[in-house]
Design a protein around this ligand. Structure first.
Ligand code: ZN
Length: 198
């Protein structure tokens, strides 16, 4: 039954399209939004629309950005000869939060998963290989410690080895199947520092 009239119900329905937002949370958010100052609600909705319209992949590392090159790729103070390969932009954010990594990244937007029918050409590997034609001394493979992450790491290592570029894998202090973004900074740094050559 439609207790609230169609406007409120529609808002609840739309909010519950978001990940992690169940019916109850959607309802709580909807009531909160309805009681917020109108200009704040407009700011939220316009930020959503504008981000959706303007955000794209960085022309170099494939992370999400609203510029041609993301701030990390555009920064002269980063070490552009060290590339850390991660599965998602969220993983990049996790490493950036440690503030201790001064190389650059490459975001694959996924991992190889024969089970799910995701092959090498479905992730941003071609773009990574193109970058290796430049001045690169090390590729740090920081894919997740899951079956897919390990498969991807092995594939990347085999792909790069003939070029003579050093390929390393972060240490597996990271729990199996654990998503990088949920791991604390100390563990991330330990994994990075303890990386071994593939
Ligand atoms: Zn970039």
């Amino acid at each position: 039954m439609d207790y609230f009239g169609s406007e409120v119900t529609r808002l609840i329905e739309k909010l519950s399209l978001l990940p992690g937002i169940g019916q109850k949370t959607a309802q709580r958010l909807a009531f909160h939004i309805i009681h917020m100052p109108e200009d704040q609600v407009e700011e939220i909705s316009s930020a959503m629309v504008s981000a959706r319209k303007n955000v794209r992949y960085c022309a170099c590392c494939c992370t999400l950005t609203d510029r041609e090159l993301c701030p990390i790729c555009a920064s002269p103070s980063r070490d552009h000869s060290t590339i850390m390969v991660v599965e998602t932009t969220r993983d990049l954010a996790a490493y950036e939060k440690t503030g201790k990594y001064d190389g650059v990244y490459h975001v694959l937007h996924g991992a190889i998963s024969p089970m799910m029918g995701i092959g090498p050409s479905d992730i941003r590997l071609k773009e990574l290989m193109t970058r290796l034609k430049g001045d690169v001394s090390e590729v740090i493979v920081a894919t997740n410690n899951s079956l897919e992450g390990e498969t991807t790491a092995m594939y990347i290592s085999r792909l790069i080895r003939p070029s003579g570029i050093k390929v390393t894998r972060i240490a597996s202090g990271v729990p199996v199947g654990g998503d990088l973004e949920y791991i604390d900074e100390v563990t991330l740094l330990r994994a990075l520092e303890g990386r071994t050559e593939l």
